[in-house]
Design a binder for this molecule. Structure first.
Ligand code: ADP
Ligand code: MG
Ligand code: MG
Length: 251
């Protein structure tokens, strides 16, 4: 379980305060969604959890199964079972997608004290998982994300997630720039990974993604805090009425 308590974070550069006391509890097997106006700190929350440089936590805690993740390096967080979609968004010319995946999987296994997968075993697993995401052999051989369309990059990201089998998956705006078909494929990929032992934090602007990835819990974030928590109906309410009422309530 990921437990975030009173998390405060600011920009390292200029001390701008962005997270102002985030409280969240994500139980295993559940899908939580976060919605909220632009600039409310949703992406910052995912960056802080994943250990991206440039942010300083000034107060509060975040633990994964009791382990303080804020103390860990980004690689150690991945080994502990945290996955942030967009963690590997970069194009890597010269490195084949398959080689990259194998390196990531084996680095994680090593960090967990597990044996590396043999080339043959790896190939079997990656081909099976790629097939369900309609990622063909050619895409597996091409350099990582180079020349991939937006939809292909997102599907590739879900493949990375499927290979790393994380406990806690954070998807930040994974629907942005996707056409309906690509969004369906990505959603199906996520849904196939839903599991009792795995939880998801899905950050999105639009309710439509939540038609495909059905959340158990919906949170609204504004001005660096969670201001309201409810069921899936809360996402519909926001879609219909916008954030004005909720922000007025908060004020
Ligand atoms: P959201 O994802 O909810 O739209 P963000 O977390 O991206 O919000 O941003 C929250 C606020 O912090 C915004 O006002 C944004 O401009 C600011 N911010 C976040 N990261 C940076 C950064 N690296 N440099 C400058 N401002 C930033
Ligand atoms: Mg954002
Ligand atoms: Mg740092």
């Amino acid at each position: 379980m990921l437990e975030i308590k009173n998390l405060h974070a600011e920009l390292e550069d200029d001390g701008k305060k962005i997270l102002k006391g985030v409280d969240l509890k994500l139980e295993p097997g559940k899908v939580h969604a976060i919605m909220g106006p632009n600039g409310s700190g949703k992406s910052t929350l995912s960056y802080v959890l994943s250990g991206r440089d440039g942010y300083e936590v000034t107060e509060g805690s975040a633990t994964l199964d009791g382990e303080d993740i804020l103390e860990l390096e980004a690689e150690e967080r991945a080994a502990a079972g945290l996955f942030l979609a967009f963690q590997y968004p970069v194009e890597i010319p010269g490195v084949g997608n398959m080689t990259f995946l194998r390196t990531a999987v084996n680095a994680q296994r090593k960090a967990r004290g597990e044996e590396e997968l043999s080339a043959a075993d790896f190939l079997k697993v990656v081909r099976a998982k790629a097939k369900t995401l309609k990622i063909d052999g050619d895409m597996l051989k091409r350099p990582v994300n180079v020349g991939f369309s937006g939809g292909e990059k997102k599907r590739n990201e879900i493949l990375q997630m499927a290979m790393l089998e994380p406990k806690m998956c954070i998807l930040d705006e994974t629907d942005s720039g996707l056409d309906v078909d690509a969004m369906k494929l990505v959603s199906e990929g996520v849904n196939a990974l839903r599991d009792e032992g795995r939880s998801f934090l899905v950050i999105t602007h639009y309710q439509r993604l939540l038609d495909h990835i059905k959340p158990d819990v919906v949170h609204i974030m504004a001005e660096g805090r969670i201001i309201k928590t409810g069921g899936p109906e809360l996402a519909l309410e926001v879609e219909n009425n916008g954030y004005a009422d909720l922000l007025a309530e908060m004020a």
